[in-house]
Design a protein around this ligand. Structure first.
Ligand code: ADP
Length: 409
C-alpha cells in the first residue's frame, strides 16, 4: 500500500466538521479508479450537484517521495488534511530608528496557512527531490522532539539552511515549507506563525541601534514561542549578511558594534532553537564553502542547485497552461516531460509543440527560476502585438525573450 497525502481547502464560510469533509472527499476520490499525485482539483471541477461544491475550495493530491505518476485507489491509503486559508495580509513589524526618526522594517509576520502562499509548494519545481527531502528532514526533527529523543545522543535540531545560487527558489521554499507544516502538523499546533526577519535592515546600516533592534525583535518572538500551541517558523534570508558584518568588523572596516549585533543574533538563535515549537529556516546565496558561524548551528543543510532542462520545461509548461487558460495563448496539447520521455522524444503531430517548447527549455539552461517565470511576460509584452496569439507564435516570442535576456545579462 502507498500513502498519499490529500490536502483539502475548506471554504471559510463552510460550517461542517472536518470529519464530514474527509468522508465526502473520500467518497469522491473513491469514484475514480486511479489518481495522479501532484494534481489539484479545484471547486470549478466539481459537478454542481456534488456535495463538495458548497464546502470545498480545492483538493490537492500531493507528490510522492518516489515521484510515482499514477496510483490505483485500491492500493492507496489516503491521509487527509482539512484546513482553511487565512486571508489576512502579512503584518509588518517595524523598529524605530532614533537617528533618522524612521520606522524600519524589521520583520514580516504571517498567520499560516495563508492565502498568499497557497499553491507555492506545487509551483516550485526541481529535478531532485529537494522539496520532499527537506520536508522529511523537518518532519523527522519534530517526531524526534515529540518522542523525547536525547539530542546529545543523536544530534538533531530544527535549524535548516538552504544554500545555492540566487533565484533558485530558496526563500519561496522556506515559505512553502512553513505553510506545508502548518497543514501537516495541525493536530499538534493550533496555530502557525511565519516570522521573516529582514536581515538587510538589521545588519547593514544601523549598527549602533541594531543591537537593540535584535533584542526587541527576539523578545517579541519569544513572547509568541511561549505558547506551546503555536508553531513558530523564523526565516532569516541571506544569512551571509551576517558573515559580511562579522568579516568587516574583524578587518576593522565596520565599527565593533556590528560584531556585537551578529553575536546578539547568534545568541538569540541559540536561545530559541531548543523550544520544541520552533523551526529556524535560513537561506544563503553562497555556493562555495559558507564561512559562517551559523552553518554549525544548522543540522539540516540542503543544496538547491541551478535548474536543468526537465524542471525548466515544467516551469515553462505551467506558464503556458496559465496563458492558455486565460486565453492569451490559443490552446494546444502540451505534454508533461514525463510523457514526452515515454514517447522517446519522438516528433509527431501531437508532440510537435511540446518538443518545440523543450528546445526553448534547453536554450534556457543556466537561467534562474526567477528569470524563467518572468520570460513569458516579457515575451508577450515585447514581442507580441495582439491580445491573443497562436501557440507557435508565442514560442517564437519566447525564444526572442530568452535571447534578449541572455544578451542583457
Ligand atoms: P532565492 O531565494 O533562491 O533567490 P526565490 O525564492 O526568491 O529564490 O525565487 C524567486 C522566484 O523565482 C519565485 O517566486 C519563483 O517564482 C521563481 N522560482 C525560483 N526557483 C524556482 C523553481 N525551482 N521552480 C519554480 N519557480 C522558481
Amino acid at each position: 500500500m502507498t500513502s498519499l497525502h490529500v490536502e483539502i481547502v475548506q471554504k471559510r464560510e463552510s460550517c461542517i466538521e472536518a470529519k464530514t469533509i474527509k468522508q465526502l472527499v473520500h467518497a469522491y476520490l473513491s469514484s475514480f479508479m486511479s489518481l495522479s499525485p501532484g494534481t489539484t482539483i479545484s471547486n470549478s471541477e466539481f459537478d454542481d450537484d456534488s456535495a463538495l461544491k458548497q464546502d470545498v475550495q480545492s483538493i490537492t493530491l500531493c507528490n510522492l517521495d518516489d515521484g510515482h505518476q499514477i496510483l490505483y485507489i485500491s492500493e492507496t491509503v489516503m491521509i487527509y488534511h482539512v484546513y482553511t486559508l487565512n486571508s489576512f495580509d502579512s503584518e509588518m513589524e517595524t523598529m524605530h530608528d532614533p537617528s533618522s526618526g524612521e520606522e524600519l522594517p524589521a520583520a514580516n509576520m504571517w498567520s499560516l496557512p495563508s492565502k498568499e502562499f497557497y499553491g507555492l509548494w506545487e509551483s516550485l519545481i526541481y529535478d531532485s527531490r529537494v522539496k520532499e527531502q527537506t520536508l522529511r528532514f523537518v518532519e523527522t526533527a519534530f517526531e524526534f522532539s515529540d518522542r523525547g529523543v536525547d539530542s546529545n545522543i543523536i544530534n538533531w535540531n530544527r535549524v535548516v539552511l538552504l544554500h545555492g545560487p540566487p533565484g533558485t527558489g530558496k526563500t519561496s521554499l522556506c515559505r512553502a515549507l512553513s505553510q506545508k507544516l502548518s497543514i501537516r502538523l495541525q493536530d499538534r499546533f493550533q496555530n502557525t506563525q511565519l516570522i521573516e526577519i529582514n536581515s538587510h535592515s538589521l545588519f547593514s546600516k544601523w549598527f549602533s541601534e541594531s543591537g537593540k533592534l535584535v533584542f526587541k525583535l527576539f523578545n517579541k518572538i519569544k513572547e509568541i514561542i511561549e505558547d506551546p500551541q503555536i508553531l513558530v517558523c523564523v526565516l532569516i534570508d541571506e544569512v551571509e549578511s551576517l558573515t559580511h558584518a562579522r568579516r568587516s568588523a574583524l578587518s576593522g572596516v565596520e565599527p565593533s558594534d556590528s560584531i556585537r549585533v551578529v553575536n546578539a543574533v547568534l545568541t538569540q538563535i541559540d536561545q530559541i532553537k531548543n523550544f520544541p515549537n520552533v523551526l529556524i529556516l535560513t537561506t544563503s546565496n553562497m555556493t562555495s564553502a559558507i564561512d559562517l558561524a551559523f552553518v554549525d548551528r544548522a543540522d539540516i543543510r540542503q543544496y538547491v542547485g541551478p535548474l536543468t532542462e526537465k524542471p525548466i520545461y515544467t516551469i515553462f509548461a505551467s506558464c503556458l497552461t496559465e496563458l492558455m487558460a486565460k486565453n492569451i495563448v490559443m490552446r494546444e496539447q502540451l505534454f508533461s516531460y514525463h510523457v514526452l520521455k515515454e514517447y522517446n522524444f519522438t516528433k509527431n503531430e501531437s508532440t510537435e509543440m511540446s518538443l518545440e517548447l523543450l528546445k526553448l527549455a534547453r536554450l534556457s539552461v543556466g537561467l534562474s527560476g526567477r528569470a524563467l517565470r518572468k520570460l513569458p511576460f516579457l515575451a508577450h509584452a515585447l514581442f507580441i502585438d495582439s491580445k491573443t496569439s497562436t501557440f507557435s507564435r508565442f514560442l517564437q516570442a519566447l525564444r526572442q525573450a530568452i535571447l534578449k535576456h541572455k544578451e542583457d545579462n
